[in-house]
Design a protein around this ligand. Structure first.
Ligand SMILES: Nc1ncnc2c1ncn2[C@@H]1O[C@H](COP(=O)(O)OP(=O)(O)OP(=O)(O)O)[C@@H](O)[C@H]1O
Length: 271
């Protein structure tokens, strides 16, 4: 009897703790298929608001597929099918009536290779503002300055705003792409290996930026760089063959993983 009561108490406390966590995205039972191939298998993941969640795991384990399903970037792929729930403010983002264009304003994405528009540095940030209905040019330029400052690029580019964005270094281009994404005022940022094409100094700047941005945004980050996950993420999810092997706070994951496969992956024994 005593044991039953104790177990009930523990369960109650656990439920209370779960309820107290402020979730931005609550993924439950997500399965994703490309035709007959199942790339993501019954994945559940609570993604906390104003936190960085890192998705790690060997190549082909489903990290990008999972990430891209959050803002419905995979929708156009032939044979693609997603089942389960991705709750965002109690709305299932997988519902057929969700408008993917409106969704992508709320949940922005930055890709592996910096891909600025072949326009001026300034226009890379003012164009999305214009597309989203900001009519005043002066206001657009004012906002552009704010976003360029947010990504720590303003001082580096303020005297060359009308030069081509392609004249910037890779790291600067990637921070410009982040500024461009911020300009559409999302709440969530999805980043698919944003620093994998950058040198260590540019990578450090991106990591510093992510730590600053999480005060305002919720960040989900795919990375192959385990040290990067350990440095910046609050929570870490380890994917393997479409499943989540382990999800926990980053410190616990790297210092005392519960699963043998996590331990092997962290210590470089596979993947
Ligand atoms: N467009 C597609 N059509 C068919 N299969 C796909 C498609 N994109 C991905 N896949 C398959 O889905 C599985 C998961 O791929 P995904 O790109 O999500 O893995 P990943 O963990 O992000 O890999 P990487 O680290 O190499 O980017 C893989 O087996 C891959 O071959």
């Amino acid at each position: 009897m005593q044991a039953v009561l104790e177990r009930e108490l523990v369960e109650q406390q656990w439920t209370q703790e779960q309820q107290e966590v402020d979730l931005c995205l609550d993924v439950t039972d997500l399965s994703i298929f490309y035709g007959p191939k199942q790339a993501v298998k019954n994945v559940s993941m609570p993604i906390k608001r104003h936190s960085i969640t890192a998705l790690i795991g060997p190549s082909g384990c489903g990290k990008s597929t999972f990430l891209r399903s959050i803002n419905r970037m995979n929708d156009g792929i032939k044979g693609f099918k997603a089942e389960g729930n991705i709750l965002y403010d109690d709305v299932n983002l997988l519902d057929a009536n969700i408008d993917p264009v409106a969704l992508r304003k709320e949940i922005g994405m930055v890709f592996q290779r910096p891909n600025p528009f072949p326009n001026s540095i300034l226009k890379n940030v003012t164009l999305p503002l214009k597309e989203h209905g900001l009519k005043s040019k002066a206001k657009r330029e004012e906002y552009a300055e704010t976003y360029l400052k947010q990504v720590g690029l303003w001082d580096e580019v303020k005297d060359r705003l009308h030069e081509s964005a392609l004249s910037l270094s890779g790291g600067q281009q990637q921070r410009l792409c982040i500024a461009r994404t911020l300009a559409i005022q999302p709440s969530v940022l999805l980043l698919d290996e944003p620093a994998s094409a950058l040198d260590p100094i540019a990578t450090a700047k991106i990591e510093e930026l992510l730590l600053k941005l999480k005060e305002k945004y919720t960040i989900v980050l795919v990375t192959h760089n385990l040290q990067q996950a350990a440095r910046v993420a609050d929570d870490t999810a380890f994917f393997y063959q479409g499943e989540i092997v382990e999800f926990s706070d980053t410190k616990t994951f790297f210092q005392s993983p519960k699963e043998k496969r996590s331990e092997d992956y962290i210590s470089g024994r596979f993947g």
